[in-house]
Ligand binder design. Structure first.
Ligand SMILES: *[C@@H]1O[C@H](CO)[C@@H](O)[C@H](O)[C@H]1NC(C)=O
Ligand SMILES: *[C@@H]1O[C@H](CO)[C@@H](O)[C@H](O)[C@H]1NC(C)=O
Ligand SMILES: *[C@@H]1O[C@H](CO)[C@@H](O)[C@H](O)[C@H]1NC(C)=O
Ligand SMILES: *[C@@H]1O[C@H](CO)[C@@H](O)[C@H](O)[C@H]1NC(C)=O
Ligand SMILES: *[C@@H]1O[C@H](CO)[C@@H](O)[C@H](O)[C@H]1NC(C)=O
Ligand SMILES: *[C@@H]1O[C@H](CO)[C@@H](O)[C@H](O)[C@H]1NC(C)=O
Ligand SMILES: *[C@@H]1O[C@H](CO)[C@@H](O)[C@H](O)[C@H]1NC(C)=O
Ligand SMILES: *[C@@H]1O[C@H](CO)[C@@H](O)[C@H](O)[C@H]1NC(C)=O
Ligand SMILES: *[C@@H]1O[C@H](CO)[C@@H](O)[C@H](O)[C@H]1NC(C)=O
Ligand SMILES: *[C@@H]1O[C@H](CO)[C@@H](O)[C@H](O)[C@H]1NC(C)=O
Ligand SMILES: *[C@@H]1O[C@H](CO)[C@@H](O)[C@H](O)[C@H]1NC(C)=O
Length: 425
């Protein structure tokens, strides 16, 4: 093994033997010396990086084929995408200097490969590396502090078993645009130093065990577009610096210990397309100020004890596909402006509120996955059934309203003990 690798290494700057005659003939015919580069694989990964890749391969239990140059794009160094596996990727890509013929690794994508082992600090020796993507593997260990010396633009360890804290040194990677830590076992606070990442556009950290408050320095992340911290015990008030994130497209904060209300300057996030907030400790007090967010596509404000009436302006969000305001304390009727949502909405969940008045016909006839169950509607005539196609109307009617409505429409269904006896209504 060793001997044959050494032999290949010795031929770095020679054309591969099989291509030699063809190249030779071409040179004779054309007298065009520089065309040699087109016919040989003279460009090679820098030897210290080859050594580093061997160490990384052993730590990740990745069986790379070092009989080929890692920058060759062949023999498992670059693999075509696989239709059967949407998250699969297997590419090592390089940047080559055509004068010196020396290459450097710039990107390592190893997605969905069932890799086991630990995150290798040795990535830090690939000093030209801008992309590390280890999405969906079984890697453990901690995020190596040494990675902070790399010119990374994209770092993803999504869906692994990485533990420990987020190193504060990641705040030194000034080039970083995408920091994707979702679905690991990271704990402790989000370091204040991440506020130095002026170009950060993605901070995705759903499904970890991050705690503490969101540090004020995050208010400096003016380029943030995606911020997702679902299912982490992060605490404290929803910070007012959030109003600085004017480029934000998506904010997810479901199942955290963050406390409302939304600060008034949340109104400034006019580009927001997706807002998902649910199950916050103690609810959020009032409806957030979303009046200027005309591009909203998915709005989820669920189980937040929101009181008061539905804001009219939601009816003007004409790109809205999902509206989930379920498990709140909303009262009054569904505003007539919401009729404007009929053409864009695919999912509507208003279940478990105290909405009254008439259920608008655009809901009853929608044919979409709409759920207005567990409310206090009063309008007549009441629907004849509790399941109109895909529209769920169970317990949507005030129990004090009309006597002659179907039993399953009534709020506070007395059905637990004797459901069959109630069917006579
Ligand atoms: C990585 O770099 C460090 C410090 O420069 C060096 O000690 C170590 O041997 C290198 N590791 C590899 C695998 O090249
Ligand atoms: C990996 O390389 C293959 C082949 O060039 C390409 O089709 C694929 O898009 C690359 N995957 C990623 C995630 O860049
Ligand atoms: C490419 O290599 C040559 C020769 O070693 C060097 O002079 C040049 O600076 C290198 N170019 C880049 C972009 O690194
Ligand atoms: C990963 O493991 C799963 C389950 O065993 C298997 O279906 C899948 O093909 C494996 N993926 C790869 C890239 O080997
Ligand atoms: C990491 O995973 C490897 C193999 O999957 C295992 O042998 C090792 O004990 C794990 N280490 C930790 C700290 O969990
Ligand atoms: C930040 O992004 C801008 C625009 O893409 C770019 O010009 C600049 O070099 C980036 N800064 C760093 C430190 O990478
Ligand atoms: C979550 O982190 C806390 C420390 O912040 C720790 O005490 C707890 O054990 C961790 N939980 C899990 C499931 O790892
Ligand atoms: C928000 O941005 C302003 C000006 O752009 C800046 O002065 C302020 O420090 C930022 N707020 C926070 C909390 O970072
Ligand atoms: C609402 O959120 C609380 C935590 O704040 C949780 O305990 C409860 O199960 C949630 N209720 C629903 C209906 O999701
Ligand atoms: C819902 O609102 C009513 C007043 O309309 C109030 O009495 C009740 O406490 C509220 N419930 C919750 C869970 O906030
Ligand atoms: C609907 O609820 C609102 C607010 O709770 C109340 O003011 C109004 O009288 C109710 N309307 C009907 C028809 O019950």
């Amino acid at each position: 093994m060793r001997a044959s690798r050494a032999a290949t290494a010795g031929k770095h700057f020679l054309p591969a033997p099989h291509s030699f005659p063809a190249v030779f003939v071409l040179i004779l015919l054309l007298g065009f010396n520089s065309s040699v580069d087109l016919f040989c694989d003279a460009q090679k990964l820098a030897p210290d990086e080859v050594a580093t890749l061997k160490v990384i391969g052993s730590k990740l239990k990745k069986k790379w084929d070092f009989s080929m140059d890692p920058c060759s794009g062949t023999n498992g160094w670059v693999t075509p995408g696989r239709k059967d596996m949407p998250v699969f990727a297997n590419n090592v890509t390089c940047n080559c200097n055509s004068t010196s013929n020396i290459c450097h690794v710039t990107s390592i994508l190893l997605k969905g490969q069932n890799l086991t082992g630990t995150l290798p600090a040795e990535f830090a020796n690939l000093t030209f590396l801008t992309d590390i993507d280890l999405t969906w593997n079984y890697l453990n260990g901690t995020i190596p502090v040494a990675w902070a010396s790399l010119p990374l633009v994209h770092l993803s360890i999504l869906g692994n078993r990485v533990s420990g804290t987020i190193p504060k040194e990641l705040g030194d990677i000034s080039t970083l645009k995408e920091l994707i830590l979702e679905g690991n076992q990271l704990q402790g606070p989000i370091p204040a130093e991440l506020g130095k990442l002026a170009n950060l556009t993605y901070f995705l950290a759903n499904g970890n065990n991050l705690s503490g408050e969101l540090p004020d320095s995050l208010g400096n992340l003016k380029n943030l577009q995606y911020f997702m911290i679902d299912a982490n015990p992060i605490s404290g008030k929803i910070p007012s610096f959030i109003g600085n994130w004017t480029q934000l497209l998506r904010l997810d904060m479901q199942g955290t210990s963050v406390e409302g209300p939304f600060p008034p300057n949340f109104k400034a996030l006019k580009s927001l397309q997706q807002l998902r907030v649910s199950d916050l400790k103690g609810g959020i007090g009032t409806f957030p100020p979303l009046q200027d967010m005309k591009n909203m596509q998915r709005l989820v404000l669920r189980n937040l004890s929101i009181p008061g009436e539905l804001p009219d302006y939601i009816g003007e969000m004409n790109k809205l596909a999902t509206l989930d305001l379920s498990f709140n304390n909303l009262s009054g009727s569904i505003p007539s402006s919401y009729g404007g949502l009929a053409s864009s909405l695919n999912n509507l969940y208003l279940t478990n509120n105290k909405l009254n008045g008439t259920i608008p016909s655009w809901i009853l006839t929608s044919g979409q996955k709409f759920d207005v169950s567990y409310n206090s509607f009063t309008g007549s005539p009441a629907p004849a059934t509790c399941q109109l196609g895909t529209v769920n109307l169970v317990s949507s009617y005030s129990s004090t309203s009309l006597d002659n409505i179907k039993w399953c429409l009534r709020r506070n269904l007395p059905c637990y003990g004797h459901p069959t006896s109630m069917r006579t209504h």
